[in-house]
Design a protein around this ligand. Structure first.
Ligand code: KG4
Ligand code: ZN
Length: 338
């Protein structure tokens, strides 16, 4: 049994959590800076760092109060070391290391994507190993074979935009706020897939993705529609449904291919886009596969997944103080699958 404090500050969410491998997630606190960045249409790195500095200590205090625990009971501190925004990462890294030093406890640097990858373990029913993981976030779209914790093989990757980026960029074309994935999904519920948008690389015979062409197709279509008529709510709903169908069709087909190619039929879908309900519905229909997801409120960035990854790493090895952050950070040292 080991109590881990997890700290996530890689982008625009300050996330703190207390996790124990024996009892699971004990408490977590989260502050999202979305409203701070919305007016700029994207994350402003310097504003993100300043806000993390302001929130991090109160959130740690609140998390301890919620858990009814005190700092002295913590066995180790895990923090996101990358990838992410340099200044934002440094806020979490400095607080983690300062706290660990003052408490004389080990500090555990965590790869942000490993946090997402393992986040379905935050659910009561946990996936068994090995599994195929579809990691779909704002910056990544990867298919990974997970043999054991820390043993990852990259099977497929995006050649350009990530799935979350495709949601966000096309949502922007529909005039939705940033990050638009969840707003687009809300509109899509009331629309129909009538525009027959391209399904990029659906039949490419590999497990890679490409989403930048879809964004261009949506831009051309939006321009054509607005030349002829007003962009009404029903049109936006149909566009949203068409975009969502196109992105999710490709994601589901590639995961189904990965399952049949590897014979591994346990699947994990994680990262911000795993909150998409249409994606979940279609993934659940993949033949011969059982699919696991993070809890809906823990799909986007949070401290719980970092504390959980920290707990698994803590069990496996010894840690000392370190102070590196990696704005660019490969989880898997391997060339992209062809
Ligand atoms: O994993 P995440 O919080 O951040 C990164 O590590 O990148 O993922 C954020 C992404 C954004 O692109 C956001 O629009 C997308 O996840 N997202 C969604 C939904 N909720 C969040 N995309 C589609 N449908 C959703 N319901
Ligand atoms: Zn993330």
């Amino acid at each position: 049994m080991a109590l881990i404090l997890g700290i996530e500050t890689s982008c625009d969410e300050t996330g703190i959590a207390l996790y124990d491998l024996a009892t699971g997630l004990i408490a977590h606190t989260l502050y999202s800076q979305i409203s701070l960045h919305a007016q700029y249409g994207g994350v402003v790195p310097e504003l993100a760092s300043r806000d993390h500095t302001k929130r991090i200590i109160p959130l740690i205090k609140q998390c301890l109060v919620d858990a009814n625990l005190d700092l002295g009971m913590i066995d180790a501190i895990a923090y996101t070391a990358g990838p992410g925004l340099n200044g934002a990462l440094l806020v979490g890294a400095s607080v983690a290391n300062a706290l660990a030093f003052s408490l004389n406890k080990p500090v555990i640097p965590i790869h942000h994507l490993e946090g997402h990858l393992l986040s379905p373990f935050l659910c009561e029913t946990k996936p068994g190993l090995p599994f195929i993981a579809l990691l779909v976030s704002g910056g990544h779209t990867q298919i990974i074979a997970v043999e054991a914790i820390g043993k990852y093989t990259l099977l497929g990757d995006t050649l350009d935009d990530a799935a979350g980026e495709a949601f966000d960029k096309t949502a922007k074309l529909l005039g939705l706020p940033y990050p638009g994935g969840k707003y687009l999904a809300e509109l899509a519920v009331h629309g129909q897939d009538i525009y027959n948008l391209p399904r990029p690389m659906l039949h490419s015979h590999d497990l890679n993705f490409s989403f930048s062409g879809l964004k261009t197709a949506v831009l051309t279509l939006v321009n054509k529609i607005t030349e002829q008529e007003e962009m009404t709510l029903p049109i936006k709903q149909n566009l949203a449904a068409s975009i969502e169908e196109s992105i999710t069709d490709v994601l589901v087909k590639k995961v189904a291919d990965a399952v049949s190619q590897t014979g591994i039929n346990t699947v994990v879908v994680s990262g911000g886009v795993s909150a998409n309900l249409k994606l979940r519905k279609k993934m659940n229909k993949i033949p011969n596969a059982t699919v696991f997801y993070p809890p809906l409120d823990l799909c986007t960035d949070n401290g719980a997944m970092i504390a959980l990854a920290g707990a698994h790493r803590f069990k496996a090895a010894k840690f000392d103080y370190s102070f590196s952050v990696y704005p660019r950070y490969e989880l898997i040292k391997q060339t992209r699958a062809s």
